[in-house]
Ligand binder design. Structure first.
Ligand SMILES: Nc1ncnc2c1ncn2[C@@H]1O[C@H](COP(=O)(O)OP(=O)(O)OP(=O)(O)O)[C@@H](O)[C@H]1O
Length: 258
């Protein structure tokens, strides 16, 4: 018998009791129930080592699942291999190694387009280049020669090429200049407004709360807090309680930073 509690979630993305980690007996994500609603923009926050990256990598098929389930638009995608998750519409932009440095901008897009029907590929690549003037101005340039911000743009363009159901990004602001971060975040807001739900891991807490609609805070592999982003941004206690007082995105001296 199917009960309301056991019915498969129909949201764009849902995890139920998700347990994941790199070693069989060492869970890093320790049982997370999370739902990304249609059109939502959710940021994942928490102290260093809380398991934020592991959580999204597990969703993206890059970290082994030990338990629980994953659902994409009502479909159970638990345990599917990475390439199949992409095909199903789950786009993930990793923090590093998210482009092919020795290929050109256009070739990077062509590789991502390979899962599309042949007849659609060129038109989608052209449309994506049109949306990214910085990339369109030199499609033959090697991706390895791009700035950090342009690389992130290319990585995001590659992810969007296949019109995903959900876009997940792992710290896209890492290592970028303040100008590149604000361009990147403005682009994410546009993408979200076009209807793509976004899940964003960020250490840049204030910037993330300014663009997200909701925030979840992970502590030691568990989802400890879930609230509207504006409420968290206005809460003077939240930095002390959950973020190790990193609410300005700057870790105190002596604590681990990258
Ligand atoms: N490839 C890996 N192999 C084994 N353990 C790992 C690996 N990557 C991360 N870990 C461990 O998993 C735990 C959570 O790391 P994770 O990177 O998910 O945290 P985070 O919240 O994203 O941290 P940060 O904000 O510092 O990026 C840490 O104890 C870390 O050492």
């Amino acid at each position: 018998m199917t009960t309301a509690a056991s019915a498969a979630p129909t949201a764009p993305l849902a995890t139920r009791g998700l347990v994941a980690g790199y070693e069989p007996d060492l869970p890093i994500v320790k049982g997370i129930d999370f739902t990304l609603a249609p059109g939502e923009f959710v940021t994942v926050l928490g102290p260093n080592g809380a398991g934020k990256s592991t959580f999204v990598k597990a969703i993206a098929g890059l970290v082994p699942l030990h338990g629980g389930s994953l659902h994409l638009s009502g479909r159970d995608i638990t345990g599917l291999p990475r390439h199949e998750l992409v095909r199903q519409g789950l786009a993930f932009v990793p923090q590093t190694e998210n482009i092919f440095a020795t290929l050109t901008i256009r070739e990077n897009l062509q590789v991502a387009a390979a899962i599309l029907p042949k007849a659609e590929r060129q038109q989608r690549i052209d449309a994506m280049l049109a949306a990214y003037p910085d990339l369109a101005s030199r499609p033959g340039a090697l991706a390895g020669g791009l700035s950090g911000g342009q690389r992130q743009m290319l990585a995001t363009a590659r992810a969007l090429l296949v019109e995903p159901k959900v876009l997940i990004l792992d710290e896209p602001s890492a290592g970028l200049s303040p100008k590149a971060v604000s361009e990147m975040f403005a682009r994410l807001v546009e993408i979200n407004r076009s209807g793509v739900p976004i899940l964003l891991v960020e250490q840049n807490v204030r910037a993330a709360l300014a663009i997200a609609s909701r925030a979840v805070i992970l502590v030691d592999g568990l989802l400890r807090h879930d609230a509207p982003a504006a409420d968290l941004a206005a809460d003077p206690d939240i930095g002390r309680l959950f973020l190790g007082a990193h609410a300005d995105g700057v870790a105190p001296a002596g604590e681990g930073t990258r």
